[in-house]
Design a protein around this ligand. Structure first.
Ligand code: CIR
Length: 257
């Protein structure tokens, strides 16, 4: 069984962090409806969704991906790069503690989960404005105990590594080569975003399906032509908070069952 932890939209979402986009009014009802459809889609493809309650004091707390890296063996609770987001991790640690033994990234290390792309036993970690070499070194010390290797990846022009590259199928990745160099990634096939859709590299590959945003129709066409099995979602309101598909969940195996 696959578990997907999500968190309800914070009533304070209007005060979210923004780095690469301009602030626009967010319609919280629309955002919540898009978030519900996202959760429904996860259920449809076989996940058990556990929605944590909204956190008023943490505007960005719906973006649970950034707070932990969950592997089959352990979970690493991150120390998010944005100071406003550090308090989000304690309720996530509580939620994960019944599923995994926990490790923690400590100061001065920082890691956002959005910077960690796992492919097999390799964790690619984006050296973005949010994750630093000290955080990555701490991650390496922990995960190497379980046979994983860590590769630091340079990213430019976007928030996180997974703004620039995500898994699109078992053997392929969707990439915006303007934001990350493909040279780091071994044994994968590359599908490039359409040049007019630079923000289109974040898809969520889960249980054989690729959840993908309706905001990037040209890239979507390419993915369909490549034979991907797509589930298209409107996440345009979530994008106003600089969030995308992977950010809204933490998905892992329930190894207790
Ligand atoms: C932030 O800047 O932290 C949020 N407004 C967006 C976080 C998106 N998270 C992700 O891509 N993993």
């Amino acid at each position: 069984m696959r578990i997907a932890i999500t968190r309800d939209v914070s009533p304070a979402i209007a005060h979210c962090e923004l780095t690469h986009i301009k602030r626009e009014p967010i319609n919280i009802k629309t955002m919540r409806a898009q978030h519900r459809s996202y959760e429904e889609c996860l259920k449809d493809i076989g996940c058990k969704v556990i929605r944590l309650p909204a956190e008023l004091e943490f505007p960005d707390s719906m973006f649970v991906e950034d707070t932990a890296i969950v592997l089959d063996e352990i979970a690493v609770i991150t120390r998010p790069g944005a100071a406003s987001r550090r308090g989000e991790t304690s309720s996530i640690a509580t939620a994960l503690s019944s599923y995994r033994k926990l490790f923690h990234i400590e100061a001065p290390g920082t890691i956002d989960g959005g910077d960690v792309l796992r492919i097999g036993k390799t964790l690619y970690i984006g050296m973005s404005g949010r994750s630093n070499p000290e955080g990555s070194a701490q991650m390496q010390r922990v995960v190497s105990l379980f046979g994983y290797q860590v590769v630091n990846v340079e990213v430019t022009g976007c928030l996180h590594l997974k703004s620039a590259i995500t898994q699109a199928s078992k053997d392929s990745v969707l990439i915006n080569p303007a934001w990350v160099d493909g040279k780091y990634f071994k044994d994968v096939r590359f599908v490039e975003v359409d040049i007019s859709e630079p923000e289109g590299a974040n898809g969520l590959f889960e249980n054989g399906s690729l959840l993908y945003s309706s905001s990037f129709p040209k890239t979507r066409k390419k993915l369909i032509a490549e034979g991907m099995s797509l589930r298209t979602l409107d996440v345009s309101e979530i994008a106003k908070a600089e969030g995308a598909l992977t950010c809204c969940s933490l998905i892992f195996n329930d190894i207790r069952s």
